[in-house]
Ligand binder design. Structure first.
Ligand SMILES: Cc1cc2nc3c(=O)[nH]c(=O)nc-3n(C[C@H](O)[C@H](O)[C@H](O)COP(=O)(O)OP(=O)(O)OC[C@H]3O[C@@H](n4cnc5c(N)ncnc54)[C@H](O)[C@@H]3O)c2cc1C
Ligand code: FES
Length: 430
């Protein structure tokens, strides 16, 4: 009974359910006892009624004190490292985003995840010397969870650059089909929305940044529908707007989910689908949100920079603003000033496994960049200290982080994507 109560998030319904259940059990037990003993004394019947009432009262209190529980990966089956998943559905969501529904190959259960978390996947891509590891936000929410959905944007080569288009995203779009097997790690990540809270949540995204927002909006609708959610999304036009019908269907069921779509270049046929023309900016946000709220941002680096600056100027406290970057932001002038490394002393970097030693270059942004510049190709995904893919053992010396890692680094290891050498010699198991 306790575990069933934990699943009811509305305190009134939880209390009512517990009161009715406990009251019914005591009434039924009392009726059976009275039926068997057939007492002559009327006070036995009165005692039965009082016991039922007392049971209902205790149930009501129990329902109130019992707190609901959010599903954690640790609640159910977990796994170490990689587990094989099969693609069971592939759905085109927009001009550039396609969803992949994954179920475990072993057909066993999978743990739920916290809305906003991501999955790290490993792809064996022909022509690549080693598996390509990438992270993708979980873009759906269902409880109990029987599949994971990833929604992946095809990454073209940047305009004007003669380079290959995105390796993993092109492979997913072009080669991965229903039946393909993809190894994945456990869901993880700290960009999560706590569904228990009552403070309104404002979810702001553009482009493929919509993926964690869908999961968050659906989780709140399922688990705490009284909470106000604002879902603000920017897209070029209707053809680039993924999940439009899906989120509208959720909002049709949840009067506390408010949608606002901003199209920068709407087509005539998009007419009824968007609420404003242009980009989402702080003026738009302030026009819509009139009360204290917490903010979740995900989108292109320039979009997030401008919204974060705007929220700061609007005196929104930093602890009410969370964000996730899918790609590393370009460096600002202030960043490079902080990153200056003294070139007075030569710093030796030893890549132990590859048998390579190189002298550190002050303009390298991270040890990962430096390793790549020296023709090594360490595994990486986020390049921001989020996913742990680049974690490697440090055998000698010390490094310093350019930003605090979000990923919990194991003792004796470092994340090379966000670190630089701190001592004159650093030996890494790379
Ligand atoms: C926490 C997190 C969650 C994420 N969630 C999602 C999600 O839900 N959906 C999603 O689509 N993505 C998501 N991403 C991004 C995703 O992990 C990948 O980064 C993305 O798919 C690109 O990977 P790729 O292998 O296709 O591109 P890469 O091969 O890594 O290339 C990236 C870009 O660099 C360009 N490029 C290649 N070579 C060069 C060069 N020499 N110089 C300059 N540019 C070059 C490529 O053309 C491409 O445009 C997420 C990332 C993080 C960190
Ligand atoms: S690549 Fe993700 S933590 Fe370094």
């Amino acid at each position: 009974m306790f575990s069933s109560l934990e699943k009811i998030h509305n305190p009134f319904y939880r209390s009512l359910t517990a009161a009715v259940t406990l009251g019914s059990v005591i009434t039924f037990t009392g009726a059976v006892v009275i039926g068997i003993t057939n007492p002559k004394n009327e006070s036995a019947y009165q005692a039965g009624v009082y016991a039922s009432l007392l049971g209902m009262g205790c149930g009501a209190v129990l329902g109130l004190v019992q707190t609901p529980k959010q599903n954690q990966p640790s609640d159910s089956i977990t796994w170490k490292d990689w587990r094989d998943f099969m693609v069971v559905r592939k759905v085109k969501e927009s001009e550039e985003i396609t969803s992949f529904y994954l179920q475990p190959k072993d057909q066993d259960i999978i743990p739920n995840f916290l809305p906003g978390q991501f999955l790290t996947i490993k792809l064996d891509i022909p022509g690549q010397s080693k598996p390509i590891i990438r992270t993708y936000s979980l873009s759906d929410y269902n409880s109990p969870c029987n599949y994971y959905r990833l929604s992946i944007k095809r990454e073209p080569a940047p305009k004007g650059l003669d380079v290959m288009p995105g390796i993993a995203s092109s492979f997913m779009h072009d080669q991965v089909q229903v039946g393909s097997i993809i190894p994945a790690k456990l869901p993880s990540g700290k960009f999560v929305l706590d569904v228990e809270k009552s403070i309104p949540a404002v979810l702001i995204s553009n482009g493929v940044g919509i993926t964690p927002m869908i999961s968050m909006a659906k989780a709140v609708t399922a688990l705490n529908p009284n909470r106000s959610i604002w879902f603000l999304h920017g897209a070029r036009d209707g053809t680039f707007h993924a999940f439009r019908d899906e989120i509208k269907a959720v909002a049709a069921e949840n009067p506390n989910l408010h949608l606002h779509f901003a199209y920068s270049r709407p087509r005539p046929e998009d007419d009824t689908y968007y609420q404003s023309v242009g980009y989402i900016d702080t003026a738009l946000i302030q026009g819509l949100i009139k009360q204290e709220a917490e903010y979740f941002l995900c989108g292109s680096p320039s979009f997030m920079d401008s919204i974060r600056d705007g929220l700061k100027r609007a005196n929104i406290p930093e602890n009410l603003v969370s964000f996730e970057m899918f790609t590393k932001a370009s460096k600002t002038k202030t960043d490079s000033a902080v990153d200056e490394v003294s070139t007075d002393e030569e710093i030796e970097i030893v890549f132990n496994q590859s048998g390579k030693t190189a002298i550190w270059k002050a303009d390298a942004e991270s040890i990962l960049d430096f390793a790549e510049a020296n023709d090594l190709s360490p595994a990486y995904s986020c390049r921001q200290g989020i996913c742990g893919t680049c974690e490697c053992k440090i055998l000698e010396g010390e490094v310093e982080y350019q930003q605090p890692p979000t990923y919990q680094v194991s003792k004796g290891s470092v994340l090379v994507c966000i670190s630089k050498p701190k001592t004159s010699k650093v030996v890494l198991e790379l």
